[in-house]
Design a protein around this ligand. Structure first.
Ligand code: 2AM
Ligand code: MG
Length: 272
Protein backbone atom coordinates (compact mmCIF):
# COMPACT_ATOMS: atom_id res chain seq x y z
CA UNK A 1 0.00 0.00 0.00
CA UNK A 2 1.47 3.37 -1.03
CA UNK A 3 0.67 5.61 1.88
CA UNK A 4 -1.21 3.58 4.37
CA UNK A 5 -1.35 5.98 7.32
CA UNK A 6 -1.58 9.39 5.61
CA UNK A 7 -5.32 9.66 6.16
CA UNK A 8 -4.99 8.79 9.84
CA UNK A 9 -2.23 11.42 10.12
CA UNK A 10 -4.37 14.17 8.60
CA UNK A 11 -7.29 13.10 10.74
CA UNK A 12 -5.17 13.32 13.90
CA UNK A 13 -4.29 16.93 13.05
CA UNK A 14 -7.97 17.82 12.79
CA UNK A 15 -8.88 15.99 15.99
CA UNK A 16 -6.03 17.72 17.87
CA UNK A 17 -7.26 21.11 16.69
CA UNK A 18 -10.82 20.35 17.72
CA UNK A 19 -9.71 19.03 21.10
CA UNK A 20 -7.58 22.13 21.61
CA UNK A 21 -10.68 24.31 21.33
CA UNK A 22 -11.88 22.96 24.67
CA UNK A 23 -9.45 25.07 26.61
CA UNK A 24 -11.61 27.22 28.85
CA UNK A 25 -13.65 25.23 31.26
CA UNK A 26 -15.96 27.46 33.29
CA UNK A 27 -16.64 24.73 35.77
CA UNK A 28 -13.09 23.51 35.95
CA UNK A 29 -12.90 20.98 38.68
CA UNK A 30 -9.41 19.99 39.75
CA UNK A 31 -8.88 16.40 40.73
CA UNK A 32 -5.61 14.73 41.62
CA UNK A 33 -3.86 11.64 40.21
CA UNK A 34 -0.87 10.15 42.02
CA UNK A 35 -0.38 12.96 44.57
CA UNK A 36 -1.62 16.43 45.57
CA UNK A 37 0.63 18.03 42.94
CA UNK A 38 -0.28 15.62 40.11
CA UNK A 39 -3.38 17.32 38.73
CA UNK A 40 -6.11 16.26 36.37
CA UNK A 41 -9.21 18.29 35.50
CA UNK A 42 -12.66 17.58 34.15
CA UNK A 43 -11.30 19.15 30.96
CA UNK A 44 -8.67 16.40 30.65
CA UNK A 45 -11.47 13.88 30.85
CA UNK A 46 -13.72 15.78 28.44
CA UNK A 47 -10.97 16.28 25.84
CA UNK A 48 -9.96 12.64 26.14
CA UNK A 49 -13.55 11.64 25.45
CA UNK A 50 -13.73 13.95 22.41
CA UNK A 51 -10.54 12.49 20.96
CA UNK A 52 -11.43 8.87 21.61
CA UNK A 53 -14.90 9.32 20.13
CA UNK A 54 -13.50 10.82 16.92
CA UNK A 55 -10.54 8.59 16.23
CA UNK A 56 -11.24 5.61 14.02
CA UNK A 57 -10.84 3.08 16.80
CA UNK A 58 -11.12 0.37 18.17
CA UNK A 59 -11.12 0.05 21.85
CA UNK A 60 -9.70 2.02 24.70
CA UNK A 61 -7.98 0.14 27.41
CA UNK A 62 -7.89 0.84 31.13
CA UNK A 63 -5.44 -1.99 31.62
CA UNK A 64 -2.33 0.15 31.62
CA UNK A 65 0.06 0.73 28.83
CA UNK A 66 1.14 -2.45 27.19
CA UNK A 67 2.36 -1.59 23.69
CA UNK A 68 1.51 -4.32 21.19
CA UNK A 69 2.11 -4.72 17.42
CA UNK A 70 -1.41 -3.51 16.70
CA UNK A 71 -1.91 0.04 15.33
CA UNK A 72 -2.12 2.10 18.52
CA UNK A 73 -3.07 5.69 19.35
CA UNK A 74 -1.06 7.21 22.22
CA UNK A 75 -2.89 10.27 23.51
CA UNK A 76 -2.42 12.98 26.11
CA UNK A 77 -5.59 15.10 25.96
CA UNK A 78 -4.16 17.95 28.08
CA UNK A 79 -0.40 17.94 28.47
CA UNK A 80 0.54 20.59 31.01
CA UNK A 81 -2.50 20.16 33.24
CA UNK A 82 -0.84 22.08 36.09
CA UNK A 83 -0.28 25.00 33.70
CA UNK A 84 -3.88 24.76 32.58
CA UNK A 85 -5.18 24.88 36.16
CA UNK A 86 -3.07 27.95 36.95
CA UNK A 87 -3.55 29.79 33.67
CA UNK A 88 0.15 29.43 32.77
CA UNK A 89 -0.08 29.71 29.01
CA UNK A 90 1.44 26.45 27.71
CA UNK A 91 -1.00 23.59 27.25
CA UNK A 92 -0.89 20.98 24.50
CA UNK A 93 -2.89 18.16 23.00
CA UNK A 94 -0.57 15.29 22.07
CA UNK A 95 -1.58 12.51 19.68
CA UNK A 96 0.81 9.84 18.41
CA UNK A 97 0.29 6.69 16.39
CA UNK A 98 2.41 3.54 16.54
CA UNK A 99 2.41 0.47 14.31
CA UNK A 100 4.34 -2.67 15.25
CA UNK A 101 5.65 -0.75 18.27
CA UNK A 102 7.24 1.89 16.00
CA UNK A 103 6.01 5.49 16.11
CA UNK A 104 4.52 6.40 12.72
CA UNK A 105 3.43 10.03 13.27
CA UNK A 106 2.96 12.61 15.99
CA UNK A 107 0.80 15.70 16.39
CA UNK A 108 1.19 18.29 19.16
CA UNK A 109 -1.25 21.20 19.25
CA UNK A 110 -0.04 23.94 21.57
CA UNK A 111 -3.54 25.35 21.93
CA UNK A 112 -3.00 28.68 23.66
CA UNK A 113 -0.25 29.64 21.17
CA UNK A 114 -2.30 28.18 18.32
CA UNK A 115 0.72 26.24 17.07
CA UNK A 116 0.09 22.94 15.30
CA UNK A 117 3.22 20.79 15.27
CA UNK A 118 3.17 17.58 13.27
CA UNK A 119 5.55 15.04 11.80
CA UNK A 120 5.38 11.75 10.03
CA UNK A 121 8.19 9.26 9.58
CA UNK A 122 10.30 10.26 6.61
CA UNK A 123 8.09 13.23 5.71
CA UNK A 124 9.54 16.07 7.78
CA UNK A 125 8.32 18.12 10.72
CA UNK A 126 6.12 21.21 10.52
CA UNK A 127 4.72 23.99 12.69
CA UNK A 128 1.58 25.56 11.21
CA UNK A 129 2.57 24.01 7.87
CA UNK A 130 6.06 25.58 7.86
CA UNK A 131 8.99 23.10 7.91
CA UNK A 132 10.94 23.18 11.18
CA UNK A 133 14.43 22.02 12.08
CA UNK A 134 16.60 21.76 15.18
CA UNK A 135 19.30 24.24 16.15
CA UNK A 136 22.81 23.77 14.73
CA UNK A 137 24.54 24.75 18.01
CA UNK A 138 26.97 22.02 19.08
CA UNK A 139 28.72 23.93 21.85
CA UNK A 140 26.85 23.33 25.12
CA UNK A 141 28.04 26.69 26.49
CA UNK A 142 25.95 28.37 23.81
CA UNK A 143 22.81 26.33 24.50
CA UNK A 144 19.50 26.56 26.30
CA UNK A 145 18.45 23.33 27.98
CA UNK A 146 14.98 22.37 29.23
CA UNK A 147 14.18 20.13 32.13
CA UNK A 148 11.22 19.92 34.51
CA UNK A 149 10.72 19.30 38.20
CA UNK A 150 8.10 16.56 37.78
CA UNK A 151 5.41 15.72 40.31
CA UNK A 152 7.34 13.64 42.84
CA UNK A 153 8.16 15.64 45.97
CA UNK A 154 10.24 12.96 47.70
CA UNK A 155 13.21 15.01 49.01
CA UNK A 156 15.83 12.54 47.72
CA UNK A 157 14.40 12.71 44.19
CA UNK A 158 14.00 16.49 44.26
CA UNK A 159 17.61 16.73 45.38
CA UNK A 160 18.78 14.69 42.39
CA UNK A 161 16.71 16.76 39.99
CA UNK A 162 18.10 20.03 41.37
CA UNK A 163 21.64 18.68 41.55
CA UNK A 164 21.45 17.72 37.86
CA UNK A 165 20.07 21.14 36.98
CA UNK A 166 22.78 22.90 39.00
CA UNK A 167 25.54 20.95 37.27
CA UNK A 168 24.14 21.67 33.83
CA UNK A 169 23.58 25.35 34.61
CA UNK A 170 27.17 25.66 35.81
CA UNK A 171 28.77 24.01 32.76
CA UNK A 172 27.80 26.87 32.03
CA UNK A 173 24.88 27.01 29.58
CA UNK A 174 23.07 30.13 28.39
CA UNK A 175 19.95 29.13 30.30
CA UNK A 176 17.67 26.51 31.79
CA UNK A 177 13.99 26.60 30.93
CA UNK A 178 10.79 24.57 31.25
CA UNK A 179 7.37 25.19 29.72
CA UNK A 180 5.55 22.74 32.01
CA UNK A 181 4.51 20.50 29.13
CA UNK A 182 6.76 17.76 27.85
CA UNK A 183 5.07 17.76 24.45
CA UNK A 184 5.69 21.49 23.98
CA UNK A 185 9.25 21.16 25.32
CA UNK A 186 10.00 18.63 22.60
CA UNK A 187 8.56 20.96 19.97
CA UNK A 188 10.87 23.70 21.28
CA UNK A 189 13.79 21.33 20.58
CA UNK A 190 12.34 20.64 17.13
CA UNK A 191 12.09 24.34 16.23
CA UNK A 192 15.61 25.13 17.44
CA UNK A 193 14.46 27.43 20.28
CA UNK A 194 16.38 25.21 22.71
CA UNK A 195 19.06 22.57 22.18
CA UNK A 196 17.75 19.81 24.45
CA UNK A 197 15.04 18.62 26.81
CA UNK A 198 15.31 15.71 29.23
CA UNK A 199 13.11 14.35 31.98
CA UNK A 200 12.72 11.26 34.14
CA UNK A 201 9.13 10.54 35.21
CA UNK A 202 7.29 11.52 32.03
CA UNK A 203 4.84 8.98 30.62
CA UNK A 204 4.67 7.50 27.12
CA UNK A 205 1.73 9.76 26.19
CA UNK A 206 3.71 12.90 27.15
CA UNK A 207 6.54 12.25 24.67
CA UNK A 208 5.37 9.84 21.92
CA UNK A 209 4.22 12.55 19.49
CA UNK A 210 7.13 14.83 20.35
CA UNK A 211 9.61 12.05 19.63
CA UNK A 212 8.53 11.83 15.98
CA UNK A 213 8.55 15.63 15.68
CA UNK A 214 12.10 15.96 17.09
CA UNK A 215 13.48 13.17 14.88
CA UNK A 216 11.85 14.52 11.74
CA UNK A 217 13.22 17.99 12.56
CA UNK A 218 16.73 16.47 12.48
CA UNK A 219 17.19 15.85 16.21
CA UNK A 220 17.79 12.74 18.28
CA UNK A 221 15.73 11.04 21.00
CA UNK A 222 17.56 8.83 23.50
CA UNK A 223 17.37 7.27 26.91
CA UNK A 224 18.88 9.50 29.62
CA UNK A 225 21.82 7.05 29.76
CA UNK A 226 22.58 7.56 26.06
CA UNK A 227 21.08 4.21 25.06
CA UNK A 228 18.15 3.81 22.70
CA UNK A 229 14.89 5.58 23.59
CA UNK A 230 12.39 3.24 25.20
CA UNK A 231 8.86 4.69 25.05
CA UNK A 232 7.73 2.78 28.14
CA UNK A 233 10.72 3.60 30.35
CA UNK A 234 9.56 7.05 31.52
CA UNK A 235 13.02 8.43 30.69
CA UNK A 236 13.77 10.63 27.72
CA UNK A 237 16.42 12.96 26.37
CA UNK A 238 15.85 14.81 23.11
CA UNK A 239 18.53 16.98 21.56
CA UNK A 240 19.53 18.78 18.41
CA UNK A 241 22.89 17.00 18.21
CA UNK A 242 24.87 14.12 19.73
CA UNK A 243 27.52 16.48 21.16
CA UNK A 244 24.93 18.32 23.25
CA UNK A 245 23.29 15.04 24.33
CA UNK A 246 26.60 13.49 25.42
CA UNK A 247 27.53 16.50 27.53
CA UNK A 248 24.15 16.53 29.31
CA UNK A 249 24.23 12.78 29.94
CA UNK A 250 27.46 13.22 31.91
CA UNK A 251 25.54 15.32 34.44
CA UNK A 252 22.19 13.54 34.74
CA UNK A 253 21.63 11.91 38.12
CA UNK A 254 19.32 9.05 37.29
CA UNK A 255 16.62 7.87 39.72
CA UNK A 256 14.27 4.90 39.52
CA UNK A 257 10.67 5.21 38.32
CA UNK A 258 8.25 2.36 37.64
CA UNK A 259 7.89 1.73 33.90
CA UNK A 260 4.62 2.50 32.07
CA UNK A 261 4.24 -1.14 31.01
CA UNK A 262 4.86 -2.47 34.51
CA UNK A 263 7.88 -4.51 33.39
CA UNK A 264 10.09 -4.86 36.46
CA UNK A 265 13.80 -4.72 35.65
CA UNK A 266 14.98 -3.83 32.22
CA UNK A 267 18.62 -2.98 31.89
CA UNK A 268 19.11 0.52 30.52
CA UNK A 269 21.87 0.24 27.94
CA UNK A 270 24.32 3.08 27.49
CA UNK A 271 25.87 3.79 24.13
CA UNK A 272 27.92 6.87 25.04
N1 2AM B 1 5.23 11.81 37.40
C1 2AM B 1 5.69 12.69 36.50
N2 2AM B 1 6.94 13.18 36.63
C2 2AM B 1 7.41 14.06 35.75
N3 2AM B 1 6.69 14.56 34.75
C3 2AM B 1 5.43 14.14 34.57
C4 2AM B 1 4.87 13.19 35.45
N4 2AM B 1 3.62 12.94 35.06
C5 2AM B 1 3.41 13.68 33.98
N5 2AM B 1 4.48 14.43 33.68
C6 2AM B 1 4.57 15.35 32.54
O1 2AM B 1 5.82 16.02 32.50
C7 2AM B 1 5.61 17.42 32.22
C8 2AM B 1 5.91 18.25 33.44
O2 2AM B 1 6.88 17.68 34.23
C9 2AM B 1 4.19 17.49 31.78
O3 2AM B 1 4.19 17.19 30.43
C10 2AM B 1 3.51 16.42 32.58
O4 2AM B 1 2.35 15.92 31.95
P1 2AM B 1 0.84 16.24 32.44
O5 2AM B 1 0.68 17.71 32.46
O6 2AM B 1 0.03 15.57 31.36
O7 2AM B 1 0.70 15.59 33.78
MG1 MG C 1 1.11 14.89 29.92
Amino acid sequence: MADEWQEAYEFAVEVARKAGMVKIDKEMKVLTKSSTVDLVTKTDERVEKIIIEQLPCTESTEKGCELTDAPTWIIDPVDGTTNFVHGFPFVAVSIAFAVKKELEFGVVYSCLEDKMYRARNGKGAFCNDEPISVSDVKDITKSIIISEHGTDRTPAKVEKIFSTMQKILCIPVHGLRGSGTAATNMCLVATGAVEAFFEIGIHCWDVAAGAVIVREAGGIVLDVSGGPFDLMSRRMLSANHEDIAKRIIKEIEVFEVPRDDGVKHLQQPSSF
